[in-house]
Write a protein that binds this ligand. Structure first.
Ligand code: TRP
Length: 451
């Protein structure tokens, strides 16, 4: 395909790349622990409903705008606007989205770096270098800096090679490998003592929790983060998609893959927690709720693997390899946002743009690492809790209020000629126009009230 700005060469390439962006630490870590904290099956149920009723429509807005504009979020929002005021708002919102994508990558890179360190740990343990393995698993600035740099280098390596040779090729290699590793681990964990208790907590809904506002806002936030919405990631992937593809179907497949993998991750992480309990580890914190945050991934699970004896070594390797792969297919989509902007708006070639933005991201990560206690939580909240929903709102407004509806319809028609007669077209336009903005605002105010 001779497109000068790069294009996915196949449908499956796009599906794996976009699902790769969606499936990440948010699914494997965030989803199961959120479920455990918020009433198990009740959360899973609400999450699925929200993923399809709110996140999917917003995802469609990004994909359609992206494929029409064939450009980054800032240019795209200007292109679909027809007056000066909305063009200016579009440009500013786009630039804000690009900044947020870069900031998300800068904290995501730190966490992903820890995954690499924990992946390497068993290798040093079996080689008898316990001082090194100790260093790898204990938080320290040098370790954090080195592994964050390594992870960002991996991300740069993929993005430098472009859409087809980088993003598509690596997503097609990494996504199936990740799925195989995950299924293998689930099978193993489910056969261990204690696993069934975890499975019950995960799957049996505590219906009393279903109307709990905290459950709903957590599920909404989780759905937004998981589908990589708001900052122009899905928009730029959409811009590399061929006009012949059926956009509503592509979006639906990506949503289904993302939610299914989140669901699978729950089958792994929660049973593993209760296997750990069976082995004598503490899995409830002082407040009486299940251990969720970093302690779960970096203390409870490693302790569980260690307690398993020899088999714990491959299990730990596989688990952290899975986490690193999931993080990498997501981080490449984050880096592509500022890189595509730099290429398209500043005439810099892909190679230099990637190094430049990769370097800038690492500089930000360094500042966060050196001021970890003050900055980390703040950056996470600023980007994911406040900015992502607001940007998602902006995208819905641009797709449904600002953009000319006939042009939008023509864009979907290219790969789906009968769209006008479909239920998608009966529901979606009104939905992104009224329901999505209202729901996003509701979630946003809940977040502010809770903070
Ligand atoms: N969706 C990914 C996850 O679940 C993370 C991610 C990739 C992301 N691109 C994004 C999050 C853009 C927010 C915005 O881990």
């Amino acid at each position: 395909m001779g497109s000068p700005r790069g294009q996915f060469s196949s449908r499956i390439g796009f599906i794996l790349a976009a699902s790769g962006s969606a499936v990440g630490l948010g699914n494997i870590w965030g989803f199961p622990t959120n479920a455990a904290e918020n009433g198990g099956g009740a959360f899973v149920l609400i999450y699925f409903v929200l993923a399809f009723c709110l996140a999917y429509p917003a995802l469609m807005a990004e994909l359609i705008i992206g494929r029409y504009a064939k450009s980054n979020i800032s240019n795209a929002l200007q292109k679909i606007s027809d007056n000066k005021a909305t063009k200016t708002v579009g440009k500013v919102a786009g630039l804000y989205g690009i900044t947020i994508a870069t900031l998300i990558l800068s904290f995501y890179g730190i966490i992903a770096g820890w995954m690499i360190a924990f992946f390497l740990e068993p290798l040093f343990t079996i080689s008898g270098l316990s001082a090194v393995s100790n260093w790898l698993t204990h938080s320290g600035e040098l370790r954090n800096l080195l592994f964050c740099a390594l992870f960002i280098l991996l991300t740069v390596g993929v993005i430098r090679a472009g859409v087809e040779q980088g993003i598509e090729k690596w997503s097609c290699r990494l996504m199936p490998s990740m799925l195989i590793l995950m299924v293998a681990l689930i099978i193993y964990v489910l056969f261990q003592d204690g696993a069934l208790t975890g499975l019950k907590i995960y799957l049996v809904p505590d219906f009393q929790q279903i109307s709990n506002p905290k459950l709903i806002t957590s599920a909404l936030g989780q759905a937004f983060f998981s589908l990589s919405l708001g900052v122009g990631t899905m928009l730029i992937y959409g811009s590399y998609l061929s006009p012949d593809e059926n956009l509503p179907a592509m979006g639906a497949i990506v949503t289904i893959v993302d939610t299914s993998i989140a669901f699978l991750a729950g089958l792994l992480v929660l049973p593993a927690l209760f296997v750990a309990q069976q082995q004598g580890l503490t899995i409830y914190n002082e407040a009486g709720s299940l251990i969720a945050g970093p302690d779960l991934i970096f203390q409870t699970l490693p302790a569980l693997f260690q307690g398993m004896g020899l088999i714990g070594i491959p299990v730990s390797l596989v688990f952290f390899c899975l986490m690193t792969i999931a993080a990498l297919t997501s981080s490449i989509s984050m880096l592509e946002v500022p890189v595509s902007y730099t290429i398209e708006n500043h005439g810099i070639n892909r190679h230099s743009a990637t190094w430049l933005i990769g370097g800038l991201t690492f500089a930000i990560s360094t500042i966060i690492i050196l001021n970890f206690d003050h900055m980390f939580d703040f950056i996470v909240a600023l980007t994911t809790e406040y900015s992502q929903p607001l940007l998602g709102l902006m995208l819905c407004i641009f797709a449904s209020w600002v953009w000319n509806r006939n042009k939008l319809l023509d864009e979907i028609r290219k790969g789906y000629p009968k769209v006008e007669a479909s239920i998608f077209w009966k529901i979606w336009p009104g939905y992104v126009r009224y329901c999505c903005p209202a729901l996003i605002l509701l979630m946003f105010f809940q977040t502010i009230l809770n903070s």
